[in-house]
Design a protein around this ligand. Structure first.
Ligand code: KG4
Ligand code: ZN
Length: 366
């Protein structure tokens, strides 16, 4: 079953509880919890405000400078975060009509991610936390991609199987609670988003990241026109470098005959390679759902926006009687609403470390 959701994003605060009033969540009197979420681990500078798990605002600046390099340049990303962070946080506060003194905690991405970007967000959060005497909660970025499914209703219940598919990660995760997540398997080489982006590049798609364009061109193509070998690795793990190389060789050979091959057959190439990549994900998900015996499947990360992946997992879930959840599109790619959501769970469970100096963990383990 596929649950689509109404977007609750709002810039007004009048229908929501403010600090000191009753917490709406359980109908009992408890102070509302308001969290500021901050994300800066890759190429989006984002901030969000959440009260009692309800999103009140989110602001995002996507860095465009990397397109000309066909990949995120860490040093440039860090500088762009530094330029944007103050105004993005100010915008989120303003849109939610929230003053700093109304906050209960600051949640910030601690890792995994690019060190320079993490440093900007964390240094800012630590400083703001000290000035406002607020706890600073370090959030795991890829866990938060799964918790993005709790921003809108209906949302999953624990336990569930999580599939994180992004530019940096491809992971299958057994989720028992917001803080108990066990890694079952992950990619042994490239992330699936990275494979999409590199393949887009090989076809001459200049925009970055190219994954979304592969999806778009595929809409007009035949997925059976070309076939590409899927890579088989054991257990819960994935591998995408083989298929990427196979695509490169296939294209190089075809272009020896016809230098315009990629441009002429763009739609069919996109549809065929997208089918192959998505099929590898669907195969592993099927294996993992059967092996774990879970009946809820939860998707997260930028590639969760892929239309074929959504379609195929949704159909599979319907056929097998599983519940399938995927965030609304703005909450699949990097955003701060998911960081605030994770912060809300940590703070409301008091399951957080004291507000002492969060440090970046670029390789933070799941
Ligand atoms: O989660 P995200 O914003 O950043 C990371 O944490 O990596 O994911 C970005 C990735 C990129 O590789 C991008 O090409 C891919 O998500 N992506 C897509 C689609 N939309 C975004 N890949 C395939 N189809 C899409 N529709
Ligand atoms: Zn991400």
């Amino acid at each position: 079953m596929h649950h689509s959701r109404v977007n609750h994003v709002s810039s007004s605060s009048d229908r929501l509880p403010s600090k000191g009033r009753t917490g709406a969540a359980h109908g009992k009197v408890s102070p509302a919890i308001t969290i500021l979420g901050i994300e800066s681990s890759c190429d989006e500078t984002a901030a969000a405000i959440m009260t009692d798990g309800i999103l009140r605002s989110h602001a995002i600046a996507t860095q465009t400078i990397h397109a000309q390099y066909a990949g995120v340049v860490p040093e440039l990303a860090a500088r762009a975060h530094e330029q944007m962070i103050v105004s993005i946080v100010a915008r989120a506060l303003q849109q939610a009509n929230i003053q700093l003194k109304e906050l209960d905690a600051i949640a910030v991405t601690q890792g995994p991610g690019l060190l320079g970007g993490l440093l900007v967000g964390i240094a800012y959060a630590n400083g703001l936390g000290m000035a406002c005497e607020l706890p600073v909660l370090g959030i795991h970025h890829t866990r938060a991609h799964l918790l993005a499914n709790f921003i809108e209703k209906p949302h999953p219940t624990f336990p569930f199987l999580g599939l994180i598919v992004s530019g940096g990660h491809t992971q299958l995760v057994l989720c028992r609670s917001p803080y108990e997540m066990t890694l079952l398997g992950s990619t042994l080489d490239d992330a699936v988003g990275e494979a999409f982006d590199k393949i887009a590049r090989m076809m001459g798609i200049k925009a970055y990241p190219g994954g979304i364009y592969v999806d778009r061109y595929a809409a007009g193509g035949d997925p059976r026109r070309f076939s590409f070998p899927s890579t088989k690795v054991g257990g819960y793990d994935f591998s995408f470098s083989g298929i990427k190389t196979a695509f490169l060789y296939f294209l190089a050979k075809a272009e020896q005959q016809d230098p315009n091959f990629a441009a002429k057959h763009r739609a069919d190439l996109c549809a065929s390679i997208q089918w192959a990549l998505v099929d590898m994900l669907v195969t592993k998900v099927t294996f993992a759902m059967e092996k774990t015996g879970l009946n809820q499947l939860v998707l997260g990360g930028g590639v969760a926006n892929n239309s074929l992946l959504r379609e195929r997992l949704s159909a599979l879930a319907a056929a097998r009687g599983w519940h399938f959840f995927v965030p609304d599109k703005p909450f699949c790619t990097d955003n701060a609403a998911m960081i605030a959501m994770a912060g809300h769970y940590l703070f409301s469970q008091k399951n957080y470390k004291p507000p002492i100096n969060i440090i970046p963990l670029p390789r933070m383990a799941l």
